[in-house]
Design a protein around this ligand. Sequence first.
Ligand code: ASP
Ligand code: MG
Length: 468
Amino acid sequence: MDNLLVMKFGGTSMGSADRIRVAAGLAAEQHAHGPMVVVVSAMSKITDLLLDTLRKAEAGDQTDLEANLHQLSARHMECCSLLLPPERQPAAVAGIRALIEDFSRIAKGILMLGERPPRSVDEAVAVGERLSALLMAEYLEARGIPAAAVNAAEIVATDALFGNASPLMEPTRQRVVKVLRPLLEKRVLPVVTGFNGSTLDGRPTTLGRGGSDFSASILAAALDARELWIWTDVDGIMTADPRLAPNAQVLDAITYAEAAELAYNGAKVLHPRTLAPLAERGIPVWSKNSFAPEKPGTRIVPKVESPQGVHAVTSMADVALVSIEPASAALSGTKVMARSLDALARANVELLAITSSSYQQSFCFLVRQSELERAKEFLEEDLALEFAHGYLRPLQVDPHVGLIAVVGEGMRGTPGLAGRIFTAISKHSINIIAIAQGSSELTIAIVVNRSGLEKAVRAVHDECGLGK
Ligand code: ASP
Ligand code: MG
């Protein structure tokens, strides 16, 4: 659709009646200029509350379940009463009740079963976004802007990987045309739930935690939008986490590739999968702060003209380094590596970095601590014989490490940068444990002792001249 804008509001931007008012105001301002679609997250902390409720239900904890349901209702009812004029309250209250009833029915089913089937979890947890979409749409209507809450289960088609589904773009495009187009043509502003979708045969799914950014980019791509604006509670994408590097600054512009690297390597500002659907059409994204909308934010674009050096530094603390080492040269290192990677792929463990070296053909890789046990389990099972016969040394795990990722398209072909970065780290007597740089030279990943992580981030940030 020509000139269409997609806006997405995160949980804090939807966190209270006041915040929803501000968000609706930002949407209304742009809606006056042309067609747009709004995508919303659940109110802040609500997804956590819903997931906690389902866990309590599974554990058979009825008292906690009731307490959580009460909290869920109280938060939305309070927001409703502060947000809407009296004449619009009854309809909105009825809508909220019906959605909470949907959730409660599933939670009670789980309580009875003592089990949480993934598809029921996905159906239940999407209620957070359905509630916030309802509130936003009602409020827009109250302000005289025709709006309609839309459940993304009707438009975002996904595979059946419950809890972490991936979009099927062509069917999504078709559903979007069928459901959203008629609204847009009537100048009705669709307020679409982030986070959820459904399989082709209609089973509810979700796109993974923090997935509303991804929802917004899926819709922007499906609608061929002119731009996507992602509203959060920070000023944009920064050169580093300001809690670690107090002189960090907001970037004016970065590329898709850089933003994706930052997201994958721990920067919290954007869901890592967000940019992929936009690449084909090169739709620009703005990361903006709904708490300070006058600030420009960061523009994320397919390419920048002359990229210069390092753009940003990010880090991850909750990681572990796993090393696999053949005990004799008789074993093919390549085969061990191939089988290990296969085991990790089947375990659905994400490799954050991987390096290999030396004639012993040992190699090591970095995983999230939350995925460590699963990684070990699959490796130990798949390589059980080699371990048992002593062809491989026992798995070595170092949980006291952290990852630094230095990101910038301009690093390509710039000699001396890596040297300067390593020197800056070692000046603080921080030991570098492993290093990985792909041939795209977009990111240098450095594994250091956990205790030196923060200092290393500051050191690299300063060395690369990224601070204010
Ligand atoms: N509400 C979902 C979550 O908290 C999705 C999102 O906020 O993006 O994970
Ligand atoms: Mg969120």
